[in-house]
Design a protein around this ligand. Sequence first.
Ligand code: PMP
Length: 315
Amino acid sequence: LYDRDGWIWQDGEWCAWRDAKVHVFTHTLHYGMGCFEGVRAYDGPSGTHLFRTAEHTRRLAESAHSLDMPLPFSEAELVDAQRQCLAKNKLSNAYLKPTVFFGAEGLGLRAQGLTTHVMVAAWDLGPYISPQAATHGLRALTSSWARHHVNISLCRAKTNGHYVNSMLALNTALKAGFDETIMLDPEGYVAEASAANVFLLRDGVLHTPEVTSCLQGITRDSVIQLAQQVLGIEVRERRMTRDELYTADEAFLTGTAAEILPLRELDGRRIGGRAGGPPVNEPISQASVTAQLQRLYRQAVRGELDDFRHWLTPA
Ligand code: PMP
C-alpha cells in the first residue's frame, strides 16, 4: 500500500503518497491512542458522491473529543479534505481513511505537549469483498474473545487500539477455516463482527444489538432507516444472544467496507435452517429481506433513492 502514485492530505497539505511518512516515535504507534474513519465514495448516474461523510466526520470529531485529542481542523474542513482527496487522486469509487494520531514529541502516557495530526488517504478499494460473499454469505465462528466493555474503553469511539481485540478474534476464526467472527460482549450478549454490525430477522422483525459494546455503525443506521422507511419493517435495538442468531430466519452484517453481507452459518448452524439438513452453499433468495436491503443500499449509495439523496455529498 505504501509504494504507489497519488496524494495524501496531511495536516492541510498535499504529500506524495510515497513520502507520507511518520517518525518511529509517533505516539499512536506505541499506545494505540488515535481514531479514524472508513468512508466511501461511489460513482452513480449523477456523478461521484461521498456517502454519509457528514456522519462519518462527526463520528471522527466525537471520537477525538472523547479521547481528549484536540482536533486542529473543523468538520467542514475535513469533509472538504475528503472531497479534494478524490479529485486530486482522480478517484470515483473509493475508500477514504481520515485518521487522527498523536505526533512524536514524547512517549509518556501523560500525553503532554503532543500535537494531533490528521491525514486523509483515498484509494480504489478494488474487489475488497468477494462477490460470492455478498450472494452466498459468510460462515462465522463465535469468538472466545469478548468485545470491549463501556467501562474498559470508549465503545462509541472508533479508536485504533480497539482493533487489537478485533484482529485477535478475526484471526482465530480465519485460522479455524471460517470467514468471520461474531464477538460477544463481556456478559455474553452478541456485540458485533470484527469490523461490522450484526442484524437478525425473525418473524418479519429486524433485531440488532443496542450500542453498548458495538460501534454505532453508520451502515447500521442506514439499514435501520431503509428497513423502516422503505420496507416498513420494524427494527428493535436490544440485547440478543447467540442462540437467537442460530435460530434466526436471516442474519447479516453491515459496514462501510462490507456493505451488507449475509451471515450463512454461525458455529456450524445454518441460519434460516431450523428444518435441519446439510449446510447449503447457494445464493440467498432474492426475495429475502437481506437481498432487498442489499439492493436498496446499492441504490442509496449511488444516489438513486430520492428520499435519501441527503446522504450524499458531491465529490
Ligand atoms: N463495528 C466495527 C468494529 C467496525 O470497525 C465497523 C466499520 N467501521 C463497523 C462496526 C461498521 O461501522 P460503519 O457502518 O460505520 O462502517
